[in-house]
Write a protein that binds this ligand. Structure first.
Ligand SMILES: [Zn+2]
Length: 373
């Protein structure tokens, strides 16, 4: 596959922009405006680099190292050394959780996919907890994970969660595997892949089979007074939360309810619900552990799907991947699960649903707001 030499600025936060905007509008609490403003600035200052190579496999060399830091409320990276590879637990829950979850992410990619590190070349896993004051988000900035700390009046309990860590680090992995564009259907697939692997990493660390999986991203993120089970529901998109302070989960579960928008980078956090449900349906049909078959098919499909796959094209690549890696007998079931969300696999059908950015003074790209979420 061709080497991509496009300059990349990478910034992904677990809370989508529309959720922060709803919180700002409904609570009038300055922390949400501060979080939005800081996110714009963090995006603008995130590292710009040439996306290196299409690295897909590689588990040679020493195991990727883990480095966990504590910013202690300062707006700084990486912060004070807190827990590195082999260190004993510190007794600080956020530090120890960030360390253990990153270790689970590292071990998942090595054990299941033979991938040592985000770049498949031993790149270390760096995490910072307790970032800033009033910074309500967790993000991947192209080089490391960072977790803010929810305030007393925040609806969020914590951002240091296993599937949140898996979701964000997987954005990093995606950048090194063909770097799927972050707009429209390719962007929704980028989000989808982060949800898939975030969920699979959690299922594997906890030894959960598909029969017992909850398919929820961000389980445990809400305080008990918020009506919600998480940020997204992969099996039943649109049912993760419904609360006056944060609004109603807007995810569609079928192409009939596809959200045509250029906001949220062309609806990346909305329409990811559609492939999420196809994946969950297929994994449940296969039974057993989702990372052993469905996850391997999706990982292989990602490597061949290129930079700008539509939903139909990505579905086609999952079917080709299933044939290539020894699961040809499951192709009829896979096709059925894509059909259940209204997607017909096609090698050539491009995304015709997502409207282009509007251009002019209101084009969000002018405000540096592209590529976060
Ligand atoms: Zn994301």
């Amino acid at each position: 596959m061709a080497q991509n030499t496009t300059p990349v600025r990478s910034f992904h936060g677990i809370l989508p922009p529309f959720m922060l905007q709803t919180l700002a509008a409904t609570t009038n609490d300055p922390r949400w405006f501060q979080t939005l403003a800081q996110t714009q600035s963090l995006f603008a200052n995130s590292p710009v680099r040439l996306n290196p190579v299409n690295r897909f496999v590689g588990a040679t060399g020493p195991l990727a190292r883990l480095e966990t830091y504590d910013a202690k409320g300062r707006q700084t990276h990486p912060g004070d050394r807190a827990r590195f590879d082999g260190d004993a637990p510190t007794g600080d829950k956020e530090v120890d959780d960030a360390y253990e979850f990153t270790r689970a992410v590292r071990d998942f990619y090595v054990e299941v996919h033979g991938r040592n590190g985000i770049d498949a070349n031993g790149m270390k896993f760096v995490s910072t907890v307790n970032y800033g004051q009033n910074y309500e988000n967790a993000f991947w900035n192209g080089t490391q994970m960072t977790y803010g700390r929810p305030g007393a009046n925040s609806p969020f309990a914590t951002f240091v969660l296993l599937d949140v860590c898996g979701h964000e680090v997987t954005h990093g992995v995606t950048e090194f595997v063909g770097d799927i564009e972050y707009y429209g259907q390719p962007g929704a697939l980028n989000e989808h892949l982060s949800d898939v692997f975030g969920e699979l990493i959690e299922q594997k660390m906890k030894g959960i089979s598909v029969a017992n999986a909850d398919w929820i991203i961000g389980n445990g993120i809400w305080k008990p007074n918020v009506r919600g089970v998480g940020l997204r529901h992969m099996l039943h998109p649109g049912t993760a939360y419904n609360d006056p302070s944060v609004g109603n989960d807007p995810q569609p579960d079928h192409m009939d309810r596809y959200v045509d928008t250029w906001s949220d980078n062309g609806g990346v956090h909305y329409n990811s619900g559609i492939p999420n449900r196809a994946f969950a349906l297929f994994a449940i049909e296969m039974g057993g552990y989702a990372w052993e078959k469905a996850g391997k098919i999706w990982y292989a499909a990602r490597a061949t799907a290129g930079r700008k796959p539509s939903f139909a094209q990505f579905a086609y690549h999952t079917i080709e991947a299933a044939k290539t890696i020894g699961f040809a007998a499951d192709v009829p079931t896979l096709t059925k699960c894509w059909a259940a969300v209204g997607i017909s696999p096609s090698a050539t059908a491009v995304d015709t649903r997502t409207p282009p950015f509007p251009g002019g003074p209101f084009d969000p790209r002018r405000r540096n707001s592209i590529v976060w979420g």
